[in-house]
Design a protein around this ligand. Structure first.
Ligand code: ADP
Ligand code: XUL
Length: 517
């Protein structure tokens, strides 16, 4: 059996697969807000950060890992797991001092991870992908090259606030002593892999490409970019290795405490989006996936790693080889939750209201769906922008508010996808909000493409479990056939009568956006 672990923004999840029978043997999850309330992070990050800072507490991640393993051993025979792989929310970074290696090597199974490892943190908290505090550092790194597009050409992305290179530069500038004490800088993904393997683990190109530090075509750290980010950086970064490579065996901490076999191997950990690409059966070009998690993301596999030169979106490494194109939207589930709470309804009612919204009002009212700062387009909104009649502007008529928010989210996606005028032949939806039929219906209509959902809703954890199986030699086609099946009868066809309506709404949405960005 193979275990995949997904360390995402709001939860830590695990799935155990058995490719010999094509079955999921177990799945467990720890929700940071609900299960670890002592960290005061209801959505997995520390609320109220100043100057655009959004950080999370790595001690919470360590506590969650012990709790997850504790739950998992009640659900599966962990002694049968041959390989573990995993993924993490992208871009976030963990800073550790020179005691980290010794602490990892000497973990005592009778004591918890957080108590033993947290003294090695050289930075108490970790900046995560929602952080947008690094505008100055992005400008400095961009200006260190003659051509402002050079970083895009090398790394697959323009210099980007949430990416790890600018974040490291900000730490170096604001706390040079803390930076000097730092011996290892890990991504969330490679941090979890290190803890499981009992030694510092590599970064994979899928997640490493979200740092503005990796030369994507060569698959190695870019020495110029390292030098422009912070001094002595090469010595603090892990090596780069594909996620499908085995890089160690499990730490005796986990075999001793939870019953894993001593020879259980650890493969690479990648980013949550690259893992989801695999888990959605989309690791070859031609499949478009929309993930509706804390962030909403639009992604698809692509040949090679050449970038779009307009600076929209990113090219990341694909764990199955080649690249993936991705566009990220910060106002995903948290914006939907904000409107749900504003209207005082639950998800069932939200779904009913979305489905009840009438066809003849489609695309009439408009909403720029930004309850907080947005990544695509880059802008510091603090609330939605509405356009419509007086009742709609006053926030009345819940079905219309919900319809306009969802239409706004998918119009914004359509505007910033590869080609707004040519719909994909099929979209696969995943992430926490994808189970909502109202959301899926409006996605199909606005994007004018059929929408499918797969039997396994936890695509990132599943993709990681599949990567673990790939590392042991299972072919990707067989794994996809067994684990990436669409739910029978769940396909939603677009209402083609709305094609012109949404074409027109897209033009008006674009004009409204231009007024506010
Ligand atoms: P992440 O992986 O980023 O931690 P998930 O993909 O697990 O996030 O999605 C979590 C989000 O899913 C929650 O914040 C919640 O807003 C949303 N969600 C859960 N159930 C529903 C539902 N029935 N309808 C809409 N959104 C939902
Ligand atoms: C992608 C991004 C988010 C995080 C959290 O660039 O920032 O999707 O990976 O899910």
């Amino acid at each position: 059996m193979f275990l995949g672990i997904d360390a995402s923004t709001q939860s830590l999840s695990a799935i155990v697969i058995d490719p010999s029978t094509g079955t999921v043997a177990a799945r467990e999850s720890v929700n940071f807000g609900a299960d670890l309330p002592e960290f005061d992070a209801p959505h997995g990050f520390i609320p109220g950060g100043a100057d655009g800072e959004v950080h999370a507490d790595p001690r919470m991640w360590l506590k969650a890992l012990d709790l997850l393993m504790d739950r998992l051993r009640g659900a599966a025979d962990l002694g049968k797991i041959r390989v573990i792989a995993g993924d993490g929310q992208q871009h976030g970074s963990v800073y550790l001092d020179e005691t980290f290696d010794g602490r990892l090597a000497g973990l005592d199974p009778s004591r918890d991870l957080a108590g033993q490892l947290s003294p090695a943190l050289s930075r108490a908290t970790s900046p995560i992908w929602m952080d947008h505090s690094t505008g100055d550092e992005c400008a400095e790194i961009t200006a260190s090259f003659d051509d402002p597009l050079e970083v895009l050409r090398r790394t697959g992305s323009v210099v980007t606030e949430r990416f790890t290179g600018p974040q490291i530069r900000r730490f170096f500038k604001t706390d040079p002593e803390g930076y000097a004490r730092t011996r290892h800088i890990h991504l969330v993904s490679s941090f979890f892999a290190s803890v499981l393997a009992g030694r510092s683990a590599p970064v994979d190109p899928g997640d490493g490409s979200g740092m503005n530090l990796l030369n994507l075509a060569r698959g190695t750290w870019d020495t110029d970019l390292l030098a422009h980010a912070a001094p002595e950086l090469a010595a603090k970064l892990p090596s780069v290795e594909p996620a499908t490579h085995i890089h160690g065996v499990i730490s005796p901490y986990f075999s001793g405490r939870y019953g894993f076999a001593e020879d259980c191997r650890i493969a690479g950990f990648t980013g949550d989006n690259p893992a989801s690409l695999v888990g959605m059966g989309a690791s070859t070009p031609g499949n478009v996936v929309i993930s509706l998690g804390t962030s909403d993301t639009w992604f698809s596999a692509c040949e090679g790693v050449a970038s779009r030169m307009d600076g929209i979106g990113h090219i990341f490494g694909n764990p199955c080889g080649g690249g993936m194109a991705l566009v990220c939207f910060a106002n995903g589930s948290l914006a939907r939750e904000a409107l749900r709470d504003e209207l005082g309804v639950d998800w069932d009612a939200f779904e009913d209201e979305a489905l009840a919204a009438t066809r003849d009002r489609a695309g009439r009212e408009l909403m720029l769906p930004f309850y907080g700062p947005e990544i695509t387009p880059l802008a510091k909104f603090s609330g939605p922008v509405r356009q419509g009649d007086a009742a709609f502007m006053a926030g009345e008529n819940p079905p219309l508010q919900i319809r306009a928010l969802l239409e706004g989210q998918f119009l914004n996606m359509r505007l910033h996808s590869a080609d707004p005028d040519s719909p994909p032949s099929r979209i696969r939806l995943t992430g926490g909000a994808s189970r909502n039929n109202g959301i899926a219906r409006i996605a199909a209509d606005v994007l004018q493409a059929p929408v499918e959902r797969l039997e396994s809703p936890d695509s990132a954890a599943l993709g990681s479990a599949m990567i673990a199986a790939l590392a042991a030699g299972h072919p990707v086609g067989e794994l996809e056939e067994a684990f990436c099946r669409p739910v029978a009868g769940s396909r939603i066809e677009p209402d083609t009568a709305l094609a012109m309506t949404y074409r027109d709404a897209l033009t008006r949405f674009d004009a409204l956006l231009r007024k506010h960005v």
